[in-house]
Every structure is written in C-alpha cells, then in structure tokens.
Design a protein around this ligand. Structure first.
Ligand code: HPA
Ligand code: ZN
Length: 350
C-alpha cells in the first residue's frame, strides 16, 4: 500500500496529539458488549426490569479495579445481563458508533459474544438483528463502515461452539468472521481446531485472542492449528524470537490494546508497554480499545496516552498504525485505498 508522505518526517512531536485524534483509523478489536457504559447498563436494567448488584453508576464504576482478565470478565458478563431485546443491542452499538465517529474511526470490526446471550435465553436472531440495524444506521448517518465478527467463548466447550455456529447459519450473510475470546489460560487454541476448520470451510475469516495472558505457544497454535488471519493482542510474542520472525515474515497483524493491557495488569504502566518494540521488530501492529467502557478509553484515548507514555513513537509511527489498521481489516480493497488517501491528506497538511 501507500508509503508515508515525506512531510511525516518533519512533523514535530507537539503536533502528535491533534494528528492522532484527527487521522482516519480503523478499529479491529472491540467487544461490543465491552462498550456498555455504566449509565447505559443502569438505563437498560431499568427499562428491562433486570436487577444488578450495584446501587449506583458510581458504585458500578468503582468496581472496575481489575487484577487480571478473569476479574474483568466476571463484571463484564454481569454487565451484559441487562441486554434482552433487539433495541438494547441497537442502542449499545449506536452509542459505540457515535464515540467511534467522534474519534475519526472510519471502519470498525465488532466482536460479539452470542453465547453470553443465548445462554440467558436471548435468541441469536435478537442479537444479530439489533447489531446489524445499528451497523446500517452508522453507515448511513455517521459515515462509519463496520463488519461483525462472532466470537466463541473459549471457557466453554468446542461442542458448544459448534452449536452456536449451527444457530448462526441462517444469519451467515450478516457477519464476516469468527474469533475466540474469554479466559485464555487453560483454554488453548487446539480446543477449537475442528470448529475453526469448519468456519474456514464456510468462507469465514478467522481471528483469535492469543498471547494476552497466555504463553507464546498459544500464538503458534492459533497460527498453525486455527490458521488465523490476525492475532488479537499477541503482546507476549516477544518472549519467543522465532515467533517474532514468523509473525513479521507473514505480516500477521496484531490487534494491540494498550489501555486494556494496563487495566488487566499485563503491563504495570503504559510506559512499560512493548508496542514500540513490536513495531521496531517489523510487526504489523494496530491500536484498539478492546472494552472501552471498562478500560478507560476509546480509540483516541488509547492513541494519545500511548504516544505520551512512549517517547520513541513519532508521526511516522502514527501514520503506520493507521495504515496498518486499514491494511489488516477485512474491508474491500477500494475502501482501504480511499481511507489511506484520506490519511495522506491529513498528514500532508501536517
Ligand atoms: N480478552 C479476552 N476475552 C474478552 C476480552 C479480552 O480482553 N474482552 C471481552 N472478552
Ligand atoms: Zn479482546
């Protein structure tokens, strides 16, 4: 694709926060259930007559002090329990799309967790229809393009994943791929080898969370057994130099989520985050928000705070991250080309 315009090299660091905010970008790692803000959780709980074990929005927000992935997932699944009707899924996704548009996100690929809802008696149809209507509305009213990726919960069985895939087939035309999320430790990729093979045969794109909390071996297995096209997180790859070479040679995108990694104690501080090192190693890195309502920020917050914390990052890195996000997306070649031209225009203006 395009290379950075020469002007990128002369842009001073003081210009970075504005450029980071203004540049067009794609978000490739957002769990839509993780965009539920406490205010909306309370509003939907009231609308649906669902009780939640928190007295107020403030009390709920105060519970967002996580020690690891599982401590977050416990609260995240409790938050999702207020989602019952198609309208709830629509409202949740529209709230996200409005935040995304404000951050100059031109394209978003949304993860959704059907099992979190079908296991509570909410139908797959309710979930996918609400999200699809939001996606169409966002394109029409906000100019934000989007695609849906269905995730299997890895703490559940492969049999349950197969049942979910079966249930999804009448709606196959409404999502473009499958992913693998939830608790990583003790739930390696090989548990889902057969269901991913079936998904690939159906022509679905395949991605998986790997190397967030889990070891580099899980990244190897996601590549070799699940044959994924992107690794979600992947930050632990640096522990295995041979893996880094493999990821670089394959230009395997990593959807990195800096604020998430700090909130879930993968890194103690943003200053200790390895994002700049991953880029220096030649990897196709992107920046994403993961679960923005829970982790302290949407896309621009992730970009601005990460660049503030890592002084080695320059305008050239900003340009590369945005370009990588288009390149690594499942959007059409025409769309990718159009967005990269918009990116060039923002950087050419300095
Ligand atoms: N990791 C794994 N599973 C998830 C996450 C995450 O950050 N967010 C929602 N489900
Ligand atoms: Zn995630």
């Amino acid at each position: 694709m395009t290379t950075a315009p020469d002007s990128v090299n002369t842009i001073p660091r003081e210009r970075l926060p504005d450029l980071l905010r203004d540049m067009p970008k794609a978000e490739l790692h957002i769990h839509i259930e993780g965009s539920l803000e406490p205010e909306l959780i309370f509003a939907l709980a009231q609308r649906n007559g669902v009780s939640i074990p928190y007295a107020s929005v403030e009390a709920l927000r105060a519970a967002y002090a996580f020690t690891d992935l599982q401590s977050f997932l416990d609260i995240y699944y409790a938050g999702a329990s207020v989602l019952l009707k198609e309208e709830d899924f629509f409202d949740m996704a529209m709230a996200y799309f409005r935040r995304a548009a404000a951050d100059h996100v031109v394209h978003a690929e949304l993860f959704f967790d059907p099992q979190t809802h079908t296991d509570r008696g909410v139908s797959f149809e309710t979930v996918i229809k609400g999200l699809t209507r939001a996606s169409e509305t966002a394109q029409r009213e906000l100019g934000v393009s989007s695609l849906l990726i269905m995730c299997f919960l890895r703490h559940l069985s492969e049999e349950a994943a197969f049942a979910t895939l079966e249930e999804s087939l009448p709606w196959r035309h409404l999502f473009v791929g499958v992913g693998l999320d939830s608790g990583e430790r003790g739930n390696p990729p090989d548990k889902f080898e057969r269901v991913f093979e079936r998904c690939r045969a159906l022509g679905l794109h395949v991605v998986a969370h790997a190397g967030e909390e889990g070891p580099p071996d899980y990244i190897w297995d996601a590549i070799e057994l699940l044959k994924v096209e992107r690794i979600d997180h992947g930050v632990r790859c640096l522990e295995d130099p041979r893996l880094v070479l493999r990821l670089a040679a394959a230009r395997m995108p990593l959807t990195v989520c800096p604020l998430s990694n700090v909130k879930l104690c993968v890194f103690k501080t943003l200053a200790e985050h390895n994002l700049a090192t991953l880029m220096e190693a030649g990897l196709c890195v992107t920046i994403n928000s993961d679960d923005p309502a829970y982790f302290g920020g949407y896309m621009n917050q992730n970009f601005v705070e990460t660049f503030e914390a890592l002084p080695q990052l320059s305008a050239r890195h900003a340009y590369q991250l945005a370009l990588n996000s288009f390149d690594a997306s499942f959007a059409s070649a025409d769309d990718k080309h159009r967005w990269s031209k918009q990116l060039d225009a923002v950087f050419a203006a300095g």
